[in-house]
Write a protein that binds this ligand. Structure first.
Ligand SMILES: *Cc1c(COP(=O)(O)O)cnc(C)c1O
Length: 351
């Protein structure tokens, strides 16, 4: 803290990103990145985008990228917004759609950026306690609130709800925006995109960071009613009109066009996930069902911190939160088959 800080930042506890070690000596399973490189076509498009045209500002409306997304999802381009990672879009959405006088509701165990946004933007929040099996208590997110945020599949649990449940949420909250954060949607769950034309209060947010192996490029997008998209544009153009640079637009567009490579990544990750699950269960670990590129894991005889530290000593990084609700759990990203073999052997030594 510093005496020149505004009271707004003096009172916020910012998000803590997962560690990015400067050397590569770890098996890195702590930030849900893709263990495979991006599509070779995306890398080629990035190379082609490097040149004299970088003297020009990028297209602020990301027209080419949005039209590729719109076509793939069966939407109108007016129903798509692109941003500098989905984190930025979520930050814009909290500002565009939530007012300070009513509570924004979300599950108590979910993406830890949501409470940071409500605090930072001066919003009230209500965090609803999880069911004992870590499923989301959907009824508690229905009605009497100023907006709803649902990560589906949820993080860090990995659990997804079906579209019938998302629809129930939309119908029970017709006068407020329901944000569905689909960062992990490509690893087995059903996207709410197909509900967009029936629910003007639905905003679906996706990213190239996980299933398209482009966390380093920073591209995310939102899909919803054109009126919601205009609201996001209004926030963006009050802050920075050029959030997605020329390289990011070119690389993301090529990655989204490369459907074949995308299918390879998601199938490979899901296959390795299920192998890892059964290997860990075989060693006595408890593993939640997962529709994501990570597993939420605990062991009846070891604390989460003991497992975290033991793995680190064995050069494996995973994510752990010092939070009473999930203190005995680790979130383990799905790496290559080789990475997961190292993880399983290291965990086996620790129990
Ligand atoms: C990774 C993640 C994001 C952020 O994605 P970026 O597009 O990289 O900013 C958003 N929401 C959830 C739930 C995530 O896990």
């Amino acid at each position: 803290m510093n005496r020149f800080w505004s009271s707004r930042i003096q009172n916020v506890i910012p998000y803590t990103p997962g560690e990015q070690p400067r050397n590569q000596q770890f098996v890195k399973l702590n930030t849900n990145e893709c263990p495979y490189p991006p599509s070779p076509k995306a890398v080629e498009a990035l190379r082609e985008a490097v040149g004299g045209s970088l003297r020009l500002y990028p297209d602020p409306e990301c027209t080419d990228l949005r039209s590729v997304i719109a076509r793939r999802e069966g939407l109108d381009i007016k129903q798509v917004f692109c941003g500098n990672g989905s984190d930025e879009i979520l930050a814009f959405a909290f500002q565009a759609f939530f007012d300070t006088d009513r509570e924004v509701v979300f599950p108590k165990v979910t993406y830890s950026f949501y409470p940071v946004y409500t605090d930072f933007f001066g919003l009230k929040r209500r965090e609803v306690p999880m069911n004992p099996d870590f499923s989301v208590p959907i009824d508690l997110l229905c009605g009497n609130n100023g907006g709803v945020v649902l990560a589906n599949p949820n993080a860090p649990t990995g659990i997804a709800v079906g579209l019938d449940t998302v629809e129930k949420l939309l119908r029970a909250n017709p006068d407020v925006v329901v944000i569905v954060d689909e960062a992990y949607i490509d690893f087995g769950a059903d996207s709410a995109v197909k509900l967009i034309n029936r629910y003007p209060n639905l905003l679906v947010v996706q990213t190239t960071s996980k299933s398209r192996a482009l966390a380093g490029l920073r591209v995310g997008w939102a899909m919803g009613d054109a009126g919601l998209i205009d609201g996001l544009r209004c926030v963006r153009d009050s802050v920075n009109s050029y959030t997605v640079d020329r390289l990011a637009q070119a690389g993301a567009e090529a990655a989204i066009r490369d459907e074949h490579y995308f299918q390879f990544i998601r199938c490979q990750v899901m296959k390795t996930r299920e192998w890892t699950r059964s290997a860990l269960e075989g060693k006595g670990f408890t593993v939640l069902p997962s529709w994501t590129n990570f597993l939420f894991v605990s062991h009846p005889g070891r604390s989460g911190k003991e497992l975290l530290d033991g793995l680190r000593e064995r050069s494996v990084l995973v994510r752990w939160w010092d939070n009473p609700d999930i203190r005995d759990w680790l979130r383990v990203s799905i790496g290559t088959e080789e990475d997961m073999n190292v993880l399983v052997n290291a965990l086996a030594e620790l129990v």
